[in-house]
Design a protein around this ligand. Structure first.
Ligand code: ARG
Length: 291
């Protein structure tokens, strides 16, 4: 027999109805309708739209947070936040926010969270709360290929570029002194590195991941990198307003979740080409050994 679609729908529909009837047949009769006296609960109001947490990021920090050709905010930090948020069942949206003023925006409630390769420091902990760390970093020095600067202490007499208010700025300020006019502060780390290329500064001190990425992508800049054990290990965390235990808890739950299920490792490998356990330097051209 040729089964037409129509026939099939009709018969299968009947079949389904028969199944349904059979199933009902086995059950107790449905309970009587509630007495008219018991008022039916008022129809629940439509649930409020789920909260979307506003995440501030200074998207001039590849490969952690940057803007692609389409203007979308992308990078390692972004992938980690999205994965952790999904794991914790919360919604986030990123807003490009200049580094200077990024913590004020958090304090004022214009941003719910800062995800911007922010190093967890004791000083910052006074004014904001941090999630558990999501990345290990350290400062790295960029100089020109022909530079004689071979260790951090050599920068004492040099012109040094940093991004204002970063841990790199702090380290250099400590070495050169608060009032030093040899420290050139820039709005972004790429701007500081451009100035190094142009010869306006002798060195730049910034987070290793960003320096490595910039040097690899600007071979014409003729840079080399100098590492130094003097720099203390740093860890990135997501910052929330002091006391925002709800968001902090969700993010920590999310971070733990993506570490446990392997998705953190997948994200790490996608951006750095190595497993998290391997030191970052393994992915980079060997830094010049200090002589
Ligand atoms: N890790 C450094 C710090 O916390 C620099 C972070 C800069 N991030 C950025 N997206 N510009 O100070």
């Amino acid at each position: 027999m040729r089964i037409t679609t129509r026939h099939f729908i009709k018969t299968s529909g009947l079949f389904a109805a028969a199944l349904l009837l059979a199933a009902c047949g086995k059950k107790e009769p449905p309970p009587p309708a509630p007495a008219a006296a018991a008022p039916a609960p008022a129809a629940a109001p439509a649930p409020p739209p789920a909260k979307v947490y506003v995440v501030g990021t200074d998207a001039a920090y590849a490969p952690f947070e940057s803007q692609n050709e389409k203007g979308e905010i992308v990078g390692f930090t972004i992938d980690v936040v999205n994965a952790a948020a999904a794991k914790a069942g919360i919604q986030v949206k990123f807003v490009n926010t200049p580094w200077e003023g990024i913590f004020n925006a958090l304090g004022q409630g214009d941003r719910d969270m800062i995800a911007s390769s922010v190093t967890i420091t004791d000083e910052r902990k006074q004014t904001m709360d941090f999630t558990n760390p999501y990345f290990d970093a350290v400062q790295l020095i960029a100089v020109k290929e022909n530079s004689k600067l071979a260790k951090f202490a050599d920068l004492k007499k040099a012109k040094v570029g940093v991004q204002t208010g970063t841990t790199g700025d702090e380290a250099v300020t400590k070495l050169l002194g608060k009032t030093s006019t040899n420290i050139k502060r820039f709005e972004s780390t790429p701007l500081a590195l451009k100035e190094l290329e142009a010869g306006g500064v002798d060195a730049v001190v910034a987070d290793n991941g960003v320096v490595i990425h910039y040097v690899a992508n600007n071979p014409g800049g003729k840079f080399k990198m100098v590492s130094d054990k003097e720099f203390v290990p740093e860890q990135y965390g997501f910052a929330v307003k002091k006391g925002n235990a709800e968001l902090l808890g969700k993010m920590n739950e999310g971070i733990a979740g993506i570490k446990a299920d392997g998705s953190y490792n997948t994200i790490f490998k996608k951006h750095f080409g190595v497993e998290p356990a391997a030191p970052m330097a393994a992915a980079a051209p060997a830094p010049a050994a200090s002589k």
